[in-house]
Design a protein around this ligand. Structure first.
Ligand SMILES: [Mg+2]
Ligand SMILES: [Zn+2]
Length: 195
């Protein structure tokens, strides 16, 4: 299967900060997130982190600092058994009107092209309506987690583009569900081969 699992960073893998996560010193893993990504790694689907980082465009943090943070994040995740293929970053602010800032689906479309991902067999997991909208626009199944901004978003978002396929307590719950969906799809595929 050429699907992938796209995971938002802030509020899903690490704690949000009102003043942006600007350095590795400010990066705090959400409990269970690394283990959940390790579990998802066992699915054989490729993992991508997909993150809006407008602090770059706003001049609050440099692209180098963000890249350094992500290299360290991936080191910790690798040690936990989680293999993330790439961290896809939108460095723009809303005023830049780019095609990659979620809720736009540009980062997912780029990944499809660059890494050969089948978006219709993929998942997008995030803590904001914008993550769910980006996932839906790209044709993925979507999960809203209630960590980060998720609990507030679940109450206040209007979901004009449709609700998430699942609302999960956190990335651990989301991983359990996605792994079950993968198993369902595998079984359906096998039944076609051997009815
Ligand atoms: Mg987020
Ligand atoms: Zn962008």
């Amino acid at each position: 299967m050429a699907g992938a699992i796209f995971v938002d960073r802030d509020g899903v893998i690490c704690e949000n900060r009102d003043d942006y996560v600007k350095s590795w010193e400010e990066f705090r893993f959400i409990p269970g997130a690394a283990e959940a990504l390790a579990a998802l790694t066992t699915s054989g689907l490729r993992l991508f982190v997909v993150t809006n980082q407008s602090a770059i465009s706003r001049g609050i943090v440099t692209r180098d600092a963000i890249d350094d943070m992500h290299a360290r994040m991936l080191d910790v995740l690798r040690a936990a058994g989680a293999r993330v293929e790439a961290v896809l970053v939108c460095p723009h602010s809303p005023e830049d009107s780019c095609a990659c800032r979620k809720p736009s689906e540009g980062l997912l479309l780029d990944a499809a092209k660059q890494y050969g991902v089948e978006l219709a067999e993929s998942w997008m997991i995030g803590d904001a309506e914008s993550d769910v909208v980006a996932g839906k626009r790209a044709g993925c199944e979507t999960v809203l987690v209630l960590t980060g901004r998720g609990a507030t978003q679940a109450r206040s978002a209007r979901w004009l583009d449709g609700k998430p396929d699942l609302v999960a307590h956190d990335l651990v719950d989301a991983a359990i569900w996605v792994l079950a969906r993968v198993a369902e799809r595998t079984r359906a595929m096998m039944e076609v081969i051997r009815p």
